[in-house]
Design a protein around this ligand. Structure first.
Ligand code: IMP
Length: 191
């Protein structure tokens, strides 16, 4: 089976994506290949960050690999926090800090439309290729659910009456930004 290194230190993402690629590709984590360190993420676009993260692994190992970058784009905030979603509430902030800041910035806003966008950059034989996924929905006014990570407790995808954090992982994977980007990656890898 083809092997691909997933350039992430986020164990939630590793679990989500490994489940989606089960039986298609053997996913190796950075831990599996003994690569430690902080992956840089200093570009100002999702494509740029995904490329930067994948390149960081490729340059150190020469192995085929991929990385993803995700942003939460909120209409009432003119698309913020977008590419800065991880550091929305400050440099070393927690998921909880980010949610608190979002709930406070969104207080009283009637337009609660938002979307998650993911870009995956695959580096295969040194060549980068991009796959994108997106899910539209709304920012809730309080937290719901315990599953998932990041902004999941306050994001409700369209056509559902629950937050991402109230869904089983299989359901989230089926409709999510990352799920759709991974589905495109799978389609490509199967060819
Ligand atoms: P990253 O740069 O791809 O790690 O994503 C940036 C930030 O977006 C993360 O730190 C999370 O706060 C958030 N994020 C990414 N994916 C998800 C998701 O599936 N659900 C909720 N939040 C997410």
């Amino acid at each position: 089976m083809k092997e691909l290194v997933f350039a992430t230190n986020n164990k939630h993402k590793l679990q989500e994506v490994s489940e989606m690629l089960d039986g298609i590709v053997l996913i190796k984590s950075l831990n599996d290949i003994g690569l430690a360190g902080d992956i840089p993420e200093t570009a100002d676009t999702l494509d740029g960050n995904a490329l930067q993260k994948a390149q960081w692994v490729y340059e150190r190992t020469g192995l085929d690999c991929f990385a993803d970058d995700t942003g939460l784009e909120v209409e009432a905030l003119d698309g913020r926090p977008g590419v800065y979603s991880a550091r929305y509430a400050g440099e070393h902030c927690s998921f909880d800090d980010n949610i608190n800041k979002m709930l406070s910035e969104m207080q009283g806003k009637t337009n609660r439309r938002a979307c998650f966008r993911t870009v995956i950059c695959l580096i295969e034989n040194g060549e980068p290729r991009y796959f994108e996924g997106r899910v539209d929905g709304q920012i809730l006014t309080e937290r719901y659910g315990k599953e998932g990570f990041g902004y999941d407790p306050i994001f409700m995808p369209d056509r559902f009456a629950v937050s991402f954090a109230e869904m089983p992982l299989e359901v989230k994977n089926h409709i999510s930004h990352r799920g759709k980007a991974v589905a495109k990656l799978v389609e490509y890898l199967k060819k």
